[in-house]
Write a protein that binds this ligand. Structure first.
Ligand code: HEC
Ligand code: HEC
Length: 504
């Protein structure tokens, strides 16, 4: 709460996601590609393969250009965006990991210098010394991956650090080893994929086959390692985090993309790697690169999604409120707790305006307003102020894994009045199922794993079900009151008593 909010029209999360995935896609290649270069250079030297050596020299130019120009700039871009979008989390991470970050930058410096030297000395020093420089590059690049992964994995699985506060516990957190292995495997896959793509543009057919068969092996072996390490990473998650996969089917999509893309890479890798007589073409190489991008994106997305509603699991919420400060905010009110919000009395006249300010502070880290990722306005059709007041105040109960509302019920009502002002005209569908989806499915499955209520309506007649619906907030005062019309209540009641299995 100690920082003002930076507004990103289309949603801050989208901005971070795009920059981060592009960065990871290049920087993990920077690691694997380094190993690929030195090993293959050794191979070319042993076999006295001059065309291959010449290709490797040209490829080093591409490699250095891509990793230095785009890898490094997107890395700096991440720093700029996270420190503007999540200053609280950035500050916390710097406080905990200052020395790890300093070491990481040192590795990075060695990386930058050594790749430039490696690029410039292909024909000026002995092959042995040249490869030694390549090894210096690879080792420093790999260590910078290891260094940064301690910090990234910490955000999802801070483990014992939550109690001890020690750097060692934070760095060697429960997810550290497994995700380091995942990233290492991705680096191997990407090394193969980029080389395949680069060589597919070569006019020399013999060279193309030779490199394809070597690089294809990197892809399929990497894909196998990735599957194994991904499996290990899944099982090294704490039980309650792993349970999210059961409760929230939405997490199956990125997991599915990951598995399908990884399997495709395995097959493609074997096809171009083992069958020397297949000539690689550009389209196929680019298709494989896209599959690689999907694997990387799906892994990062799953990791981020599992962490919701936290930036640092169990410590800092996505709205930048510390878990330890949440209760005080809720008791005292956000207006009184934040130095960047006006400390005013909420009145009917200023209610919406104050609601907007609170929304910006407490919700805009995930929600954009009209367009973009998780744009809020389109979601509000047909919802009224009384419903929204309760909904916002208890937003942590929903399936969207939002943080608890960091303010008083009165402040939640102010946000609700702003949301009603934003809500576009129109009416939601009139069927029982539509109404269920609009007003209940946010917090309940009918028969699934998420707070199911289907059983409560089994065997009732419509009248009895309607009675329950009309008195919802006496069942549990955290539930929004029923504010729909009598007709909607009848439609919902008959949908609920019909007991459709599997419906949501
Ligand atoms: C951790 C990120 C996060 C934060 C912070 C957050 N939300 Fe959400 N919220 C979501 C997601 C994800 C959804 C699912 C809908 C979507 O994808 O847009 C959602 C959905 C909603 C919905 C729509 C529910 C429906 O009926 O479809 C409302 C209303 C809402 N949020 C209000 C708020 C308010 C008000 C705040 C601030 C007090 C807030 N949210 C903070 C992530 C967040
Ligand atoms: C903001 C979240 C929220 C919304 C929206 C919501 N509920 Fe609930 N509901 C709860 C909570 C919390 C409980 C308490 C039970 C629990 O925690 O499992 C509950 C309990 C219930 C119960 C009693 C639980 C039981 O033992 O079966 C019924 C019935 C119910 N809800 C029906 C509905 C219906 C119907 C709607 C839509 C009109 C609805 N709820 C909307 C949060 C919500």
């Amino acid at each position: 709460m100690g920082y003002p909010v930076w507004h990103v029209v289309f949603g801050p999360q989208l901005l971070i996601a795009v920059i981060a995935v592009v960065h990871v896609f290049i920087s993990q290649f920077a690691v694997g590609g380094g190993l690929f270069l030195v090993l293959y250079e050794g191979h070319a030297a042993r076999h006295n393969d001059l065309p291959l050596r010449e290709w490797l020299e040209r490829y080093t130019g591409f490699f250095a250009f891509l990793t230095l120009c785009f890898g490094a700039t997107t890395g700096v871009g991440i720093w700029f965006t996270i420190s503007l979008i999540s200053p609280g989390a950035t500050e916390t991470l710097i406080h905990i990991f200052l020395w790890v970050w300093a070491i990481e930058w040192l590795f990075f410096l060695v990386e930058v210098v050594s790749i430039i030297v490696y690029l410039k000395t292909w024909n000026t020093i002995s092959s042995r010394s040249h490869r030694a420089i390549g090894w210096i590059y690879f080792v420093s690049a790999y260590l910078s991956l290891v260094a940064i992964n301690g910090i990234l994995s910490f955000q999802l699985t801070p483990g014992r650090w939550l109690k001890s506060g020690s750097l060692a516990d934070a760095y060697f957190n429960p997810g550290f080893v497994s995700t380091t292995l995942v990233r290492s495997s991705i680096a191997v896959v990407l090394a193969g994929l980029y080389a395949l793509t680069a060589v597919s543009f070569s006019k020399d057919r013999i060279l193309r086959r030779e490199v394809a068969s070597y690089a294809g092996r990197w892809v399929w072996i990497g894909a196998v390692l990735l599957l194994a390490s991904g499996y290990y990473a899944y099982f090294s998650l704490p039980g309650n985090t792993r349970a999210l996969f059961t409760i929230f089917p939405s997490l199956h999509l990125p997991l599915g993309v990951f598995l399908v893309a990884d399997t495709l890479l395995f097959i493609f890798g074997i096809v171009v790697g083992l069958r020397r007589y297949i000539t690689l073409n550009k389209g196929f190489a680019i298709l494989m690169l896209v599959a690689g991008f999907c694997v990387v994106g799906a892994f990062e997305f799953t990791r981020e999604d599992l962490r919701k509603p936290y930036l640092i699991n169990g410590y800092l919420y996505a709205n930048h409120i510390r878990v330890s400060a949440q209760k005080e905010c809720r008791d005292k009110g956000l207006l009184k707790s934040s130095p960047f919000l006006p400390d005013v009395e909420i009145t009917p006249i200023n209610q919406s305006a104050v609601g907007k300010a609170i929304f910006n502070a407490a919700c805009s880290s995930c929600h954009s307003v009209r367009v973009g990722l998780h744009a809020i306005a389109p979601k509000l059709v047909g919802l009224d102020e009384a419903y929204l007041s309760k909904f916002v105040f208890n937003s942590d109960l929903t399936r969207y894994r939002m943080p608890p509302f960091p303010g008083t019920a009165e402040e939640a009502a102010a946000v609700a009045s702003y949301l009603v002002y934003l809500s576009p005209p129109g009416a939601p569908g009139a069927s029982g199922k539509d109404i269920w989806k609009r007003r209940c499915a946010q917090c309940h499955d009918l028969y699934g794993a998420f707070r199911p209520v289907g059983e409560s309506f089994k065997g009732l007649d419509t009248g009895e079900a309607e009675e329950i619906i009309d008195s919802l907030n006496t069942l549990d005062e955290r539930m929004p009151p029923w504010t729909g019309t009598a007709k909607q209540s009848t439609a919902l009641a008959s949908y609920l008593v019909s007991g459709k299995e599997g419906a949501r």
